[in-house]
Write a protein that binds this ligand. Structure first.
Ligand code: UD1
Ligand code: CA
Length: 456
């Protein structure tokens, strides 16, 4: 049976009170709409059309997905009207269409598969994904008849007193027979409290034509619809727990899952231990047997195996196996640090490569530099990469020893096996085997303190 999907994402989302279209708000670092698209695709449904309207260009740009198609709903007249805007996409198709809302980011692949399977097996015209919830405020209610069959969906704002008591809610996720849906959409109107064309009205229309409608009841947590910032935080908490559980099940120790923030696409190797208050973002990949101590933020970075990181920020960079970072290091984008290296406290590295076994232990800035292997940087070294106009490059060979409080004024090359004397300001090339001293010679003036009357 042919399967496709529509995702409704045209609304601004008034209740979230934002300049950003609601579906672009992120849950665990990923846009809600992207979560929905990814889940649909993971259920092997590849033909996906997204209905956009408010902030349409921005939505396309942020979602950055070349495989989905888009339909435009220029004016947001309701969810039923939104689906009508995708008639061109549905035209000539026979089979099942899954309809999803862009504001239900927690829906799982397994549930989507179950919904499609039950819909097809039962030969339904429509199958609703519903959930039982203690407080259904704001959600559409599933109204059932005497033999428990689904009769219709009534929106919260249109419910009578009896209907308000129903605690089976509509998740806004459904399967429909494509041709029957298209036919029923021609019959919906906007005679309701919100003056909108509701997709939910299609259910009652199908029933009145004696078509079979079913419902699959799932876990409410998966169906949470994010309309407000409060619901956004609820969704975040649920997804964070789910992500953390997945990592623990894969063999990662989280000392305190409640204070561990791991975004959806992060990968972590076995036997890595994550201490409290860490934030792992974007496409970060962490190898096995790492120790990520407290208060680190790691974004879009690849961390090798057996790496120790403590209280540091690492952005868009690579860290090699067996290296230690921090506490209080700042590794800025486009940095590659080799294996068995040491990046210590109050060290900032920007757009540089650092070779294997090199130690940059304290209070140092390295920017726009290529540093070789087995070098040692003394405390307080500064790579002077900026001349007020241009960023210049510094090259440092293998086995170089840079003394404390040295300035390396770029562009400059320091070859293999060199020594830089402490306190030197280096402005020209240092050749292999040389010691470079670039500081004033010490002069002692005897009796000076007494002569000045300062002696105590
Ligand atoms: C909808 C359902 C309700 C269900 C709830 C679950 C209807 C009428 N109601 O209500 O039964 O319990 O979801 O979360 O369908 N959208 C458009 N164009 C529009 C209107 C909405 O694309 O003209 C999109 C929105 O961007 C959003 C989704 O459809 O992603 C749902 O719209 P929303 O206004 O949040 O519907 P609810 O009131 O939550
Ligand atoms: Ca909603």
């Amino acid at each position: 049976m042919y399967k496709c999907a529509l995702v409704l994402a045209a609304g601004q989302g008034k209740r979230i009170k934002s300049d950003l279209p609601k579906v672009l708000h992120k849950v665990c670092g990923k846009e809600m709409l992207k979560h929905v698209i990814d889940s649909i695709r993971s259920a092997d449904i590849d033909d996906i059309d997204v209905i956009i309207g408010k902030g349409a260009d921005l939505v396309k740009e942020r979602i950055e997905d070349k495989k989905v198609s888009y339909s435009l709903q220029a004016e947001q007249l309701g969810t039923g009207h939104a689906v009508k805007c995708a008639l061109e996409f549905l035209k000539g198709k026979k089979g099942v269409v899954g309809i999803f809302a862009g504001d239900t980011p927690l829906i799982k692949q397994s549930t989507i598969e179950k919904l499609f399977n039950e819909h097809i097996e039962n030969q339904n015209s429509a199958t609703i994904l519903s959930a039982i919830v203690d407080d259904p405020t704001g959600y559409g209610r599933i109204v059932r008849g005497k033999s428990n069959e689904v009769l219709k969906i009534v929106e919260h704002k249109d419910c009578n007193e009896e209907e308000l008591k129903i605690n089976e809610m509509n998740s806004a996720i459904y399967c429909f027979d494509i041709e029957l849906l298209v036919d029923a959409l021609g019959k919906i109107n906007n005679n309701n409290n919100q003056g909108e064309y509701y997709l939910t009205d299609v259910i009652e229309i199908l029933k009145s034509n004696n078509k079979k409608v079913g419902a699959v009841i799932t876990d409410f947590e998966e169906t949470i619809g994010v309309n407000s910032r409060v619901q956004l935080a609820q969704a975040e908490e649920i997804l964070r727990n789910r992500i953390n559980l997945m990592h623990m099940e894969n063999g990662v120790t989280l000392i305190d899952p409640k204070t561990t923030y791991i975004e959806s696409d992060v990968e972590i190797g076995k036997d890595t231990i994550i201490y409290p208050n860490n934030i792992l973002e974007g496409n970060t990949k962490i190898g096995s047997n790492c120790l990520i101590y407290q208060n680190s933020r790691i974004v879009n970075s690849v961390i090798g195996e057996e790496v120790d990181i403590q209280a540091s920020v690492i952005l868009d960079s690579n860290i090699g196996d067996n290296t230690t970072v921090g506490p209080f290091a700042y590794i800025r984008p486009e940095t590659t640090i080799g294996k068995h290296a040491r990046i210590g406290d109050f060290v900032e590295i920007k757009k540089s490569t650092i070779g294997d076994g090199t130690k940059v232990s304290h209070l140092t800035y390295i920017g726009d530099a290529e540093v070789g292997a087995e070098c040692n940087f003394g405390c307080g070294t500064v790579v002077v990469n900026y001349d007020g106009k241009n960023k210049n490059k510094t090259i440092i060979g293998d086995h170089s020893f840079v003394g404390c409080n040295a300035n390396l004024v770029s562009p400059v090359t320091i070859h293999d096996n060199t020594y830089i004397a402490a306190g030197s300001t280096i402005t020209s090339e240092v050749k292999e085997g040389e010691l470079a001293v670039a500081r004033a010679k010490q002069r002692n003036i005897s009796g000076w303190v007494e002569k000045k009357g300062l002696k105590k």
